[in-house]
Design a protein around this ligand. Sequence first.
Ligand code: HEC
Ligand code: HEC
Length: 351
Amino acid sequence: MFRPLFFRFSLLSTALFLSACEEPRLSSREKNFDPAGVSDATSLQELLAGLGVNLPTQPPDSIADGQVDDGRALVFQGRLPDREDQKLSAYFYCADCHSTERETHNLAEYNDPLAKLAYAIEKDIVMLPAPSLAGIVNREGYFQSESAERFGAEKAVLNDLPAAIQFCSTTIARGRELDETELEAILAYLWSLEWRIGDLGFRGADLAELKRRALNPDEHRLIAEELKALYPLFTQSTVGVIPEDSFAGFDRKTDPDLESGAAVWLRSCIHCHGAGGASEHYFGDKPSTWRALQNAFREGLLYEHLRQGTFSKESRTAHMPSFSREKLSDAQVENLRAYIETKVSSEKPEN
Ligand code: HEC
Ligand code: HEC
C-alpha cells in the first residue's frame, strides 16, 4: 500500500512542481529575444525560436567559407567542385527535379498549381515535379505526402532533413548516400535558401505591428502560430489519379488554354527532355515528337507517366518523377495535351 501511494504522491508533486515552473520557463533564446532587432532580413527560424517555438531543423553552429558554394555545386552539378568523378547519382542532380526558387507570390498558395504556373511565367523560371528547396529548412516535416508512401519512405525521414536528403539521394535520385562533407555543404546551401521575415510579406507597417505585438511575451505563441500559417509546413502531393477513359482525359474542355499548355511544355517538360536534360528522350520540335506524345496521351500512357511517374524499384536507371495535382492540375494536363494536338495539326504530314 505504501509504495503506490508514495508513487502517486510523487507524481502529483512533480506535476505541481512543473506547473509552478511553467510561467517563467523561457528558453534562453526566448529570454534573449529583442523584438526591436527584428527586420525583414531576420531569419524565420530565429524569430520563431525567439517566440519560444523551435522547428525540427535548426541551423548549424557555423558555416565555413565556401560551404554554400559547394552545396550549390552538389545541387546543380551533382558533385563537389573538386570531386570530378564522385557524382551523387549517375542519372540526376537535385535541380533536375527540385527548383531552388520561391514558387508563388503568396507562400500560403503553395499548393495551388495555377498560382505556381502564373508565377513561373512571370519570373521566367522552371516548374518542376518535386518541391522547391527554397524554405525547405523551415518545414515541420518531410516526405509526409502520398508520393512519399509510394517511394516507401521510412519513419526516420519524416522530420529529419538530413535523413530526408539521404533518402531522396539514394532512392528517388537513384544515387548514393552523401558523406559528411557533402551533407554539411548541402545543408549550408539549403540554409542560404531559408525564409526570412520579408519573404512572408512583413515590411513597413506590417513589420512594425509584428514587432509591437512581440513586445508582449503572452502573445509569443500566438504570433508563432500565425507565422507558421503563412508558408508550407509540409509538402502536400496527390498522386496516382489517372482518367478512367484516356481518350476523354480529365474532363477535356472545348476551349483549352493553349498558352498554359505551352508554358507547361516549356517549364516542366523541356527542363528534362531538352538537350542535355535528365532524360535520354529528347523532345525536339519535330512532327515525330508531337505525334508520339499525342498517341501517348490517347493510349493513357502519358497520363500514367505524369501522375504516377515511371519509378520502378527494380531498375536502377533514370525515371520520371510524378507531377502531383498540387504541381500540375488536371486542367493544366489537358492544356498540355491540347497544345501538343495543336502542334500535330499544324505540322505538314511527314514524307
Ligand atoms: C529524380 C528526381 C529527384 C531528384 C534528382 C532529387 N529529388 Fe528530392 N524529391 C523528389 C520527389 C519526387 C520528392 C517527393 C515530393 C513529394 O512528396 O511530393 C522529393 C523530396 C525531397 C525532400 C523532401 C521534401 C518535402 O517537402 O517533403 C527533400 C528534402 C529532398 N527531396 C532533397 C533532395 C536533394 C538534396 C536532392 C539532391 C541530392 C534531391 N532531393 C534529388 C525528386 C527528386
Ligand atoms: C525530372 C525530369 C523530368 C521531367 C520534369 C519530365 N520528364 Fe518525362 N521522363 C524523364 C525521364 C528520366 C524519362 C525516362 C523514363 C524511364 O526510362 O523510365 C522520362 C520519360 C518520359 C516519357 C516516356 C518516353 C518513352 O518513350 O517511354 C514521356 C512521354 C515523358 N517523359 C513525357 C514528359 C512530359 C510531357 C513532361 C512534362 C509535363 C515530362 N516528361 C517531364 C524525366 C522527366
